[in-house]
Design a protein around this ligand. Structure first.
Ligand SMILES: NC(=O)c1ccc[n+]([C@@H]2O[C@H](COP(=O)([O-])OP(=O)(O)OC[C@H]3O[C@@H](n4cnc5c(N)ncnc54)[C@H](OP(=O)(O)O)[C@@H]3O)[C@@H](O)[C@H]2O)c1
Length: 402
């Protein structure tokens, strides 16, 4: 039973981490798309001066501010009790996110974030899913470029399959066809933190390698094997492919959606994801070079001293692509299950311009839309499915087509 609905709380939505690189972009999106009488929201963070400066820069002097520190459990509980939804951009989530998820699960407060950290999602699932089911809190991680395009792209394809072929596809392949953008300091910090935890703890490595690591308990096996790091020619896409770094989280999220929505995905569902590098010899060379660079980078970053040497040269927290770079960015992903080919595109750089709009619309969808999902840990598809696809196409510059 849900403890309370948004309307019973002081706010519909609190944006937690509004001073960060992505948080400011989310705040800008909310200010430009939603009047306060439509969406009653507040900005949260640990530094009042920084929050006030962001509020000034947005030209929204009446926007309420909520203060607290991510490590302060009672501050997180107080915040979660004041709002229907918390939208968090405070990462690395494995370092800062756990008290807030615990607080939301306990208070029946909906939650969404930008994590791509599968081991942390599993930790939160194990610790708080049952309580979220009991209180009605819908906890929805991975509402950014990882993993909304993959998750909703496959969901969209399965609905197309059902309407055209009468049944969902058993095997779907996803691939990145175009990716123009840069990483921010927050993302670099999340990646380095993940390598750090994986280096120190074998159970983290085991979770990261498990293709069904975030599936519901009792459904953590299936026909898909471990991720391939090898280049290969794909007969369906008729192109060479290289491994895609985000497949490690995207495939897990898609498989969890399949487990949560058996009517949409059917039995024995399989999903893999890669990056298209082109046709002919050029495509093959690019596939081998990309695979080699990825393997070498992961190998180097897994060694502590090398990681510590490289880290200061990478973007630092608070830094990221310029507005011009975000504007000039774009991406396209394709999802194939013969005879249906789905294209999902975004009109900004994937990591920030597009991600901030995806996260903002996910939070608004949780706050305002008549979603039917019950409490518990969700994926974007299982929580919001068609309602979110609709919002993303109207307000976030995404297209879904087949
Ligand atoms: N899924 C995706 O596609 C995607 C894309 C982009 C980013 N991300 C993830 O999103 C997260 C944020 O990235 P970013 O580049 O925006 O990071 P960022 O610029 O470093 O921002 C981090 C935010 O967390 C706040 N914070 C840090 N420690 C805190 C604490 N103890 N209590 C309260 N607030 C605290 C910071 O507050 P101060 O301003 O006061 O320091 C800031 O608002 C990262 O985990 C990143 O991996 C995911």
């Amino acid at each position: 039973m849900r403890l309370a609905r948004s309307g019973d709380r002081e706010f519909d939505l609190i944006l937690w981490g509004a001073t960060g690189f992505t948080g400011q972009l989310v705040a800008r999106h909310l200010v430009s798309h939603y009047d306060r009488d439509v969406l009653n929201w507040a900005m949260g963070g640990r530094n009042e001066h920084k929050l006030a400066a962001v509020r000034d820069s947005l030209g929204a002097p009446d926007l309420p501010l909520v203060l607290g520190d991510s490590h302060d459990q009672s501050a997180m509980e107080t915040m979660a009790a004041r709002t229907g939804v918390v939208c968090s951009t405070v990462g690395p989530y494995a370092r800062y996110g756990s008290p807030l998820v615990a607080a939301c699960a306990a208070a029946g407060t909906d939650y969404c974030d930008l994590t791509g950290e599968a081991h942390w999602i599993r930790r939160m699932l194990d610790g708080h899913h049952q309580q979220a089911v009991a209180t009605g809190a819908r906890i929805v991680p991975t509402c950014g470029f990882d993993s909304i395009p993959s998750d909703l792209g496959v969901f969209f394809l399965q609905r197309e399959m059902r309407s055209r072929q009468g049944a969902p596809a058993r095997h779907v392949k996803g691939a990145v066809a175009r990716l123009k953008g840069k990483a921010s300091g927050g993302t670099v910090a999340s990646m380095l933190n993940l390598m750090e935890e994986a280096g120190a703890d074998r159970s983290v490595r085991r979770i990261l390698a498990d293709p069904y690591s975030i599936n519901p308990e009792g459904q953590r096996s299936g026909p898909d094997g471990r991720d391939s790091l090898a280049p290969s020619y794909d007969e369906g896409f008729k192109r060479w492919t290289a491994p895609f770094i985000m497949a490690g989280i995207n495939t897990r999220v898609v498989r969890r959606s399949a487990a949560l929505l058996p009517d949409v995905y059917g039995e024995g569902f399989r999903y893999q994801e890669s990056m298209l590098t082109g046709r002919g010899v050029g495509g093959a060379v690019k596939a081998y070079v990309s695979a080699g660079i990825l393997a070498a980078s992961l190998g180097a970053l897994s060694i502590g001293p090398i990681r510590r040497l490289i880290a200061p040269r990478l973007p630092q927290p608070g830094e990221g692509p310029t507005p011009q770079q975000q504007e000039n960015g774009s991406w396209e992903m394709r999802f194939l299950a013969d005879p249906v080919l789905v294209r999902v595109t975004g009109d900004r750089d994937p990591g920030y311009g597009s991600t901030s709009k995806m996260l903002a619309e996910s939070a608004v969808c949780l706050a305002l839309d008549p979603i039917e999902a019950q409490g518990g840990f969700h994926t974007p598809a299982s929580a919001m499915g068609p309602l979110l696809i609709d919002r993303l196409q109207r307000n976030a510059g995404l297209t879904f087509s087949s």
